[in-house]
Design a protein around this ligand. Structure first.
Ligand code: BGC
Length: 377
């Protein structure tokens, strides 16, 4: 009897690990370098049984590399980044692979009002505040913890008033690499005062491989009937506009470059695509498909699912040839971002889904990036 229950217990533990989908993922740790103040920064490698590998540093929580196979099994690193820590520290506003917070994307005029109190943020993008300010989460040293199941947990406590945001915010982000070739990111946060939160990851992808030319031939499908048009400063006007008949209609797989140069006011404002799409989803909070990207020559496919209501599709319009990993350069439009999020400037748009977090509540979102391949067409 006792033996059976022991077996039962053992089986339950195995099942739980299998249910997490990443029981076989190997997690290793190495030094990545030192911060100017001497703090040692680590880099973690998560490797699944197919050899798919994500390398993540606790500096800015950045995904440094992501190796996935093409249709012939040939691996390539599909995210932009740097080889060394000093390059990350010197180039924070590239946001390569980084965790973004407290607020992903822009807040107009670098201010918002919460419970009648005005909060003033750093202006780091013209008159606006972008990606949580000059010292947003992408510049922070996160506390790493290797979990027994092969996941990497990163935590950070953002102090009351940091970059203008109210409340002590305790944030935990868990990176998992599953045997279904998924990089899963679970975000969680609690606060001790009312605040706003909008966390995301700023990986720049090129499915041909980072540094292999432009992304205009990639084919994109977005599960969105509407997007949030912007003004010249890339702040949403508040309208939820139908994509029908516009270059923003990606409801069927379409080449990124097919319409990017059209004479369209919104494309001019973004200097290409740099907009938030309103995801068409049933219910809120459940993981639902958001985007599919196919790269015809390699056959690599990236599918994004999220619990979030929006996704920022950005075509690297402001990349300017910066030197990245392996001495390769990253010219304009040599990568795309698919940043899952609440809509930009939500704190100033009461009609948008709320980004307010209150004491006693838990902020919880999940995004999954799944890699696969398609046969040549
Ligand atoms: C924004 C772009 C910005 C980029 C910075 C994106 O999330 O939408 O406007 O230039 O981040 O790398």
């Amino acid at each position: 009897m006792q033996l059976i229950s022991r077996w039962g217990k053992c089986a339950a533990i195995v099942m739980l690990a299998a249910a997490a989908g990443n029981a076989a993922t190997k997690l290793t740790e190495a030094d990545f370098g030192r911060m100017p103040d001497g703090a040692v920064i680590k880099i973690y490698s998560l490797t699944n049984t197919h050899g798919v590998q994500a390398r993540i540093t606790n500096y800015g929580g950045a995904v440094v590399s992501l190796n996935v196979p093409d249709r012939n099994g040939k691996m390539a690193d599909v995210v932009l980044g740097f080889d060394t820590l000093p390059e990350y520290v010197a180039n924070p506003t590239q946001y390569f692979g980084a965790l973004i917070g407290r607020y992903g994307n822009r807040i107009a005029n670098a201010r918002f009002t919460l419970n009648g109190v005005a909060c003033t943020l750093p202006k780091n993008n013209g008159a606006n505040s972008l990606h949580g300010g000059d010292k947003g989460f992408f510049t922070r040293v996160w506390t790493p913890r290797a979990l027994p199941n092969g996941d990497l947990e990163l935590s950070y406590v953002s102090k009351d008033g940091e970059e203008g945001y109210p409340g002590n915010l305790s944030v935990t982000v868990t990176y998992s690499l599953t045997d279904a070739d998924e990089l899963r990111i679970d975000y969680s946060a609690t606060t001790d005062k009312d605040t706003v939160v909008n966390l995301t990851n700023h990986s720049y992808f090129n499915l041909k491989g980072a540094g292999s030319g432009d992304i205009l031939g990639h084919l994109l499908m977005l599960k969105a009937d509407r997007f949030t048009p912007v003004n010249q400063g890339l702040i949403p006007t508040g309208e939820l506009r139908s994509v029908a008949g516009t270059p923003f209609d990606f409801r069927k797989l379409t080449a990124i470059g097919a319409r990017i140069e059209q004479n369209d006011e919104q494309l001019k404002f973004g200097q290409g695509y740099d907009h938030n799409w309103v995801l068409s989803r049933t219910g809120t909070g459940s993981l639902a498909p958001a985007a599919r990207m196919e790269e015809p020559s390699s056959g690599r496919v990236l599918e994004v699912s999220t619990t979030e209501p929006g996704i920022q599709f950005y075509t690297g319009n402001f990349l300017d040839g910066i030197k990245g990993k392996g001495g390769q350069t990253y010219p304009r439009r040599s990568a795309f971002c698919l940043e899952t999020q609440h809509f930009p400037d939500s704190p100033n748009h009461p009609a948008f889904p709320s980004t307010v977090l209150k004491p006693g509540q838990r902020y919880r979102t999940t995004t999954v990036y799944r890699f696969s391949t398609v046969a040549a067409k």
